[in-house]
Each structure stands twice: as C-alpha cells, then as structure tokens.
Design a protein around this ligand. Structure first.
Ligand SMILES: Cc1cc2nc3c(=O)[nH]c(=O)nc-3n(C[C@H](O)[C@H](O)[C@H](O)COP(=O)(O)OP(=O)(O)OC[C@H]3O[C@@H](n4cnc5c(N)ncnc54)[C@H](O)[C@@H]3O)c2cc1C
Length: 277
C-alpha cells in the first residue's frame, strides 16, 4: 500500500479478454511503484480499480502472486465503473489501489483437503486459491472444486478446467441452474451438486464465494454435513467506499468487510449471514 492509501497506482492493461457473458478478464501491469506495493499479496485479497472520470470499485484479485508480474481481475459489467472498465482496451491506463483486506490462511490449510465452491463471478477470488494449491500440490490434500453458474455462458475460467481436472488429486464438478443443449454436466443449484458430491468433513476445509443467497444455503448445508464452522471459509462482498475501515459502509455487525474480511469463517459470521441476504 502506498503512503497515501487513497491514491491509486497506475496500471496498464496488458490484456483484456472475454471470460463469460458480460464478464471480462483484465490483466494489469502495475506502474509507478505498484509492483512493490503488491509484492507478496495473498489469495483472497482485493483491490480498487478506477476508471478515471467515472469512479472506482473493489474487485477480488483473481490470480496468485508470482503467476506472472501482472494482476488479473474478472469484472462483471453492472453499473458505471464496471461499464467504464469494459469499454477499455489493451494499453489503456487505469488506477489500482491495494492490496486490501485479509486473505485465506493458505499456510494453515496445508495438509488438509480443500472443498472450493464458486458461484458465477464469485469464482474470481477462488482462482488464486486453486492456483496456489496446484503450484504446491504436495502441500495440500484432495482438492474438490464445485463450480456453478446460472447458465453455461456465465461460467468463468472455462479454458482452465482441463488443467484443473488433470491435476493430481483434484476433482472438478460443474453445475448450471439452466442448461443448454450442449451441456453434459449437472443441472441444478450448487447445493444440489454439493449433496451429490457429498465431501467428507474429515480433515477438510471449505471455501465458498458467490451471491449472498448461495453462501447462506451452502454454509447451512455444510454445517448439516458435519463441517464445523471454523473450517467453513467464505469471502463476502458489500458496498464499500474507502476499503480502509474508515467510512464504515461495509459493516456486518461489528465487523467491517474491508479490513476484518473479506475472508471470514462461519464461526465469525455465521449468525449474521441472514442479515446479509
Ligand atoms: C471485496 C469485494 C470484491 C469484489 N470482487 C468482485 C470481482 O472480482 N468481480 C466483480 O465483477 N465484482 C466484484 N465485486 C463487486 C463490485 O465491486 C461491484 O460490482 C462494483 O462496485 C459495481 O460498480 P459499478 O459502478 O459498475 O456499479 P454501480 O453503479 O455502483 O451499481 C450497479 C448495480 O449493482 C449493485 N451493486 C454494486 N456493487 C454491489 C455489491 N458489492 N454487491 C451487490 N450489489 C452491488 C448496485 O446496487 C446497483 O444495482 C466485489 C466487491 C467487493 C466488496
């Protein structure tokens, strides 16, 4: 983080590509000291991207540190900032503020099985977790990925599924709410897939990201399956302005998602998730 945490570094768009319908991947090369600031960032952290003249918005960093000298962001087009970003192309300059927030305790996860559950754009902050496990395969147990979207056209990182599937001790299970004629995986909600896959809670941790309603029902089901709340990790989103714990916009009870999170375990936030729906 820079001396003035409200001042963005400049970043150059090294690559922009379609990831899914209305979702683009932005690969950002940091300039003016940003590289040093982001050195050693961790899976789960996020950054604010600014489209100059329009504003800034927070996005999960979608690649693990050390996977190239660039930062990846998967951006779903929703409103003014995300539309401004979607209108940018390679070589354009944007602002980057961060890295922000806490991270997944990847060290503590070593030696344990991981169940990763991603819904839609919620897959973005989970990709660095998957990359970290695959790059250090012997350090972790079985990796089970449950990946969901409303429709096949909304699945993110599809060109990486083959590599995930063929990695040792790694299983990928896909589901969509609404299939198309070419779809030959599960059709139904991610909770339906979770019930079918039925992962064992023994020596396992879970990591979930997706829309609040998905996080709520997945977490409830994991509890019923015997996963203890301290082993169920989620990464949460909220409207936030400063990202520094100053403005108080992103509170969840006593906690601020920007500085106490965005990564929490269910022992910390389980009883507050209903207010989040
Ligand atoms: C920690 C964190 C990580 C995030 N990671 C990603 C990511 O990796 N990829 C991604 O595409 N988005 C991510 N988001 C959400 C992203 O910040 C918002 O989509 C963005 O702020 C929208 O800005 P906008 O100006 O385009 O839309 P606005 O004009 O601000 O809003 C457009 C519409 O989207 C709704 N909206 C905006 N932000 C949110 C939000 N956080 N939650 C629910 N509804 C919202 C508004 O109510 C409005 O209806 C993340 C948010 C947080 C807090």
């Amino acid at each position: 983080m820079s001396d003035n945490p409200m001042k963005p570094y400049l970043g150059r768009l090294a690559e922009v590509k379609d990831l899914a319908s209305e979702i683009k991947l932005f690969r950002v090369e940091l300039m003016n000291g940003g590289c040093e600031a982001f050195q050693g960032y961790q899976p789960g952290q996020f950054a604010f991207l600014s489209a100059f003249g329009l504003g800034e918005a927070p996005f999960g960093i979608a690649n693990a540190c050390g996977q190239g000298n660039t930062l990846d962001f998967a951006v779903n087009r929703l409103g003014s900032v995300t539309t401004g970003l979607h209108e940018m192309g390679e070589g354009d300059i944007l602002g980057v503020r961060g890295p922000m927030g806490n991270s997944f305790p990847m060290e503590a996860f070593k030696g344990r099985d991981l169940v990763v559950l991603g819904g839609g754009i919620g897959g973005a902050p989970l990709r660095p977790v998957i990359q970290t496990v695959l790059a250090n395969r012997a350090d972790y147990g079985q990796l089970t990925i449950l990946w969901a979207a409303r429709h096949p056209s909304l699945l993110v990182f599809t060109d990486e599924y083959e590599a995930w599937r063929s990695a040792p001790d790694t299983r990928l299970h896909l589901t969509v709410d609404q299939a198309d004629p070419a779809w030959d995986h599960n059709t139904g909600l991610i909770t339906d897939l979770l019930r079918k896959v039925n992962p064992s809670p023994k020596n396992a941790v879970t990591i979930t990201c997706g829309p609040p309603i998905m996080i709520y029902y997945v977490s409830r089901m994991l509890g019923e399956m015997g996963f203890s709340p301290v082993n169920n990790y989620v990464t949460l989103e909220a409207r936030m302005h400063c990202g520094l714990g100053k403005c108080g916009r992103c509170n969840l009870g006593e906690k601020l998602i920007c500085v106490d999170g965005p990564v929490f375990n269910m022992a910390e936030v389980g009883n507050m998730l209903e207010t989040f729906l």
